[in-house]
Design a protein around this ligand. Structure first.
Ligand SMILES: [Zn+2]
Length: 160
């Protein structure tokens, strides 16, 4: 994951997500802030790191979208750190799919941007737009990486 061409700030952000250290309501509460926490994506439960980045129904749609690209069956683990270790071992060296390692960072980054847009700018994109942003971000990072299957990803985006 650290060797791909995802922007450095996104790699650092992913590291924070895996360590449950990015500034979600959960972290702010741990630091003693009083917050009426609510997930701004689904409005159904409080915002925890694992909910926001793994289990929220909005985030789940992004995971399903990316797993659909690869026809991968996947059981979502409970924690972001477990996701990364499962993800890396599942991608493995055998498959040599460089783009596999890009997916978690891409989803987490897009979810965080959408969450901040809703929290601070009062602007909510539709789920279609969130998916679109995720796939186009994924496409551009794959292109940076010089990944051969990039055209397939573009075809897939074209079918949406
Ligand atoms: Zn949610």
């Amino acid at each position: 994951m650290w060797r791909n061409k995802v922007p450095t700030k996104v790699k650092c952000f992913s590291w924070l997500v895996a360590r449950r250290a990015c500034s979600t309501h959960e972290k702010l509460k741990r630091r003693g802030f009083y917050i009426a926490s609510w997930c701004s994506l689904c409005n159904e439960t409080e915002e925890t790191n694992n909910h926001l980045f793994l289990h929220c129904k909005v985030t789940t749609q992004l995971w399903n979208l990316c797993l659909g690209l690869t026809h991968t069956k996947w059981i979502m683990p409970g924690h972001t750190a477990d996701l990364l270790s499962c993800w890396i071992s599942r991608g493995g060296r055998k498959s040599k799919k460089k783009w596999w390692s890009i997916i978690p960072s891409c989803i987490w980054w897009c979810i965080w941007k959408e969450r901040n847009s809703r929290c601070y700018d009062n602007k909510a994109n539709s789920i279609e737009k969130v998916k679109w942003n995720c796939l186009t971000t994924f496409y551009f990072w794959c292109k940076e990486e010089g990944i051969e299957e990039t055209a397939q990803i573009l075809d897939f985006i074209g079918t949406l």
